[in-house]
Unconditional design. Structure first.
Length: 108
């Protein structure tokens, strides 16, 4: 199915320049989609269209949807995605971010 000009503009996909194997390319496509949707959620939250709680819940849902694709890039040197609850993995990412960047995630 060919994308319309609007779809290409609204949901851009950057050209993949990494290792050219099917797993890495598929993971990259899903990662770009994840990043685009996270950006949209951030904009909606910043604009007051989504509550903090709703934004956080949708971020967790997006994170859970990305997890199966992590196995596409897992190799012997890296463990496969952990079996810890997804919100813990998401919070770990936030905890490892530079200081001052972690958002305040209390419900509105």
């Amino acid at each position: 199915m060919k994308k319309t000009q609007f779809q290409t503009f609204a949901c851009p996909i950057a050209r993949y320049r990494g290792v050219h194997d099917p797993g890495s390319q598929e993971f990259n496509a899903h990662l770009q989609s994840f990043a685009h949707r996270v950006s949209l959620l951030a904009c909606l939250h910043t604009g007051g269209k989504l509550s903090t709680h709703e934004t956080y819940q949708q971020l967790l849902t997006l994170w859970e949807a990305l997890q199966p694709y992590c196995s596409l890039i897992a190799d012997g040197d890296r463990p496969a995605p952990s079996s810890t609850p997804h919100h813990s993995a998401f919070n770990t990412l936030l905890d490892n971010s530079p200081s001052g960047i972690r958002p305040h995630l209390d419900a509105d």
